[in-house]
Ligand binder design. Structure first.
Ligand code: GLP
Length: 263
């Protein structure tokens, strides 16, 4: 796992987007793993600018979203199907028919989960997975306690996740309590993973990811066993790392902390 610490959220977005774009250029008909949430929004914006400038073409790429709420209509502005369409498919010029989101409205959620896993397999797996991280260390909607062997399935959301998601809904009673999410094992199948995190609210989750024991209590720590994971964070998200860890990261990277560089 490689960790890069940069001063501002905008640096994180630009750095992660450059790395993702350079991977995507080698697999123009490959598959991109798409995270929702606020963390990757800047990354998608940077990628969209590259597309507009003619430096990147993702029109033949497949996309697979990480997760979807259970129990809200597809047309709801906060359904992940709509968010992916609005933040990713349209601005990046992806082909809507090539982008899949788990079906959180299915009557049989176990069947929808199995279908999603087989669609992923048939597509040949994910080349680059974009990830955010929850304040409690979740990735996708794999809450604390999720097994490292977990696959796409329906899950109950943690109370802290419900509280974090409340900001997207007019009324607390509207906040979905369940989701359909790729599992930890599904995420680890991606050939490359780029995780972004910004802000002090993520500092403890990042400390656990970088320096904590690998544990299902902090689901993101499973990424430590992945051969090609890049973690790009801003100073605020790095603020709980101890000084020794920050100096080690900077010297491994050959840069002073916060100095931008090539992905
Ligand atoms: C949600 C998503 C995750 C995301 C997390 C963090 O729970 N399912 O994929 O990483 O929130 O959200 P944010 O990026 O808004 O902080």
């Amino acid at each position: 796992m490689k960790i890069v610490v940069l001063p501002r959220p905008s640096d994180v977005a630009a750095f992660a987007a450059r790395r993702i774009a350079s991977d995507l250029r080698t697999t123009p008909t490959g598959t991109l793993g798409l995270a929702t949430g606020s963390s990757p929004v800047g990354v998608y914006r940077e990628l969209a600018l590259m597309v507009q400038a003619g430096e990147l073409d993702v029109s033949r790429m497949r996309g697979f979203a990480l997760d979807e709420y259970v129990g809200i209509p597809r047309e709801h502005p906060q359904s992940y199907a709509r968010v992916i369409e609005r933040d990713v498919v349209v601005p990046l010029g992806m082909e809507p028919g090539l982008v899949a989101v788990p079906d959180g409205r299915a009557a049989d959620l176990a069947a929808a989960a199995a279908h999603y896993e087989s669609a992923l397999r048939e597509a040949g797996g994910i080349d680059v997975q974009i990830l955010g991280i929850g304040a409690n260390g979740h990735i996708g909607f794999n809450e604390p306690g999720s097994a490292v062997t977990s696959r796409t399935r329906a899950v109950e959301l943690a109370e802290s996740t419900l509280a974090a998601n409340a900001r997207f809904f007019a009324d607390e009673s509207e906040v979905p309590r369940r989701a359909l999410t790729q599992g930890i094992a599904t995420i680890l199948d991606a050939r490359a993973i780029v995780l972004v995190a910004q802000g002090e609210g993520k500092a403890e989750a990042i400390r656990q990811l970088v320096d904590g024991a690998v544990s299902t209590q902090w689901p993101a720590t499973a990424l430590r066993s992945h051969p090609d994971t890049l973690v790009v964070i801003d100073d605020a998200a790095a603020s709980a790392l101890d000084h020794g860890t920050r100096s080690r990261l900077a010297s491994e990277d050959g840069r002073r902390p916060g100095e931008p560089g090539e992905p």
